[in-house]
Design a protein around this ligand. Structure first.
Ligand code: SF4
Length: 216
């Protein structure tokens, strides 16, 4: 049953699509931040297969880093809950690796590359120095590990401007005022919020009317 949360809560991946402008429906993130227990659209996502592939990637990368002399922290060891004025931000980084004052936060992606992947790691780079003992005082960079490639994110990529964007997004998604709904088939089909909570949900492709012109 859909019920309001006692205070705003944001899981990092609810906002990374907005940060990357891969997603435009701000209301979906706002709703998740303010409500819980809602009925979800059934998914045909194969969770067991994803867990196996993802777990294998995490293990292999952890082994490489240990062999290179890093101290490595895995998944739940990297879980955080960062409570601010506007919301509590929660997340879990797949790997944190630290060696001689340098640190890496790593997320492993077994699916296709998305711009939001880098924003997920950048948000971890913002939060972990505040929450993770091993990340305090280290020069923290990031990495997205894909099946066949790796995206390195230098510590300097987390600029003041980018920090501002992440903080403003947390504040607006965690804020009281509902954010705009932007229904489109491409977003609604991957959204787990049902029409019972989102009456503007789009289930079918809408025809685009052809308009004739003599301008060109
Ligand atoms: S169903 Fe569509 S319009 Fe409704 S919250 Fe999800 S993405 Fe937004």
């Amino acid at each position: 049953m859909t019920e309001p949360r006692s205070s705003s809560y944001i899981w990092v991946t609810w906002i990374t699509g907005l940060l990357a402008a891969d997603k435009h429906c701000e209301w979906a993130a706002w709703f998740r931040a303010h409500y819980q227990g809602y009925a979800k659209v059934p998914s045909d996502f194969d969770l067991a297969a994803w867990k196996a592939a993802h777990g294998d990637m995490v293990r292999k990368r952890a082994e490489e880093l240990r062999a290179a002399g890093y101290g490595v922290y895995v998944e739940d060891q990297n879980k955080f809950s960062l409570k601010g004025r506007a919301a509590t931000l929660g997340g879990v980084a797949d790997l944190v690796a630290v060696r001689e004052g340098d640190g890496l936060v790593i997320d492993c992606k077994s699916g296709q590359r998305r711009d939001s992947d880098a924003f997920q790691v950048l948000t971890y780079m913002l939060a972990l120095p505040l929450t993770h003992q091993a990340c305090r005082g280290v020069r923290l960079g990031g990495e997205v590990q894909y099946r066949d490639s790796r995206l390195a994110i230098a510590p300097e990529k987390l600029t003041g401007e980018l920090k501002g964007l992440i903080l403003r997004t947390i504040e607006s998604v965690g804020g009281e005022a509902p954010l705009p709904r932007v229904p489109s088939l491409s977003e609604c089909r991957f959204c787990d919020i049902t029409a019972a909570d989102c009456p503007e949900r789009i289930e079918e492709a809408q025809r685009v009317e052809v308009v004739e012109t003599d301008l060109f």
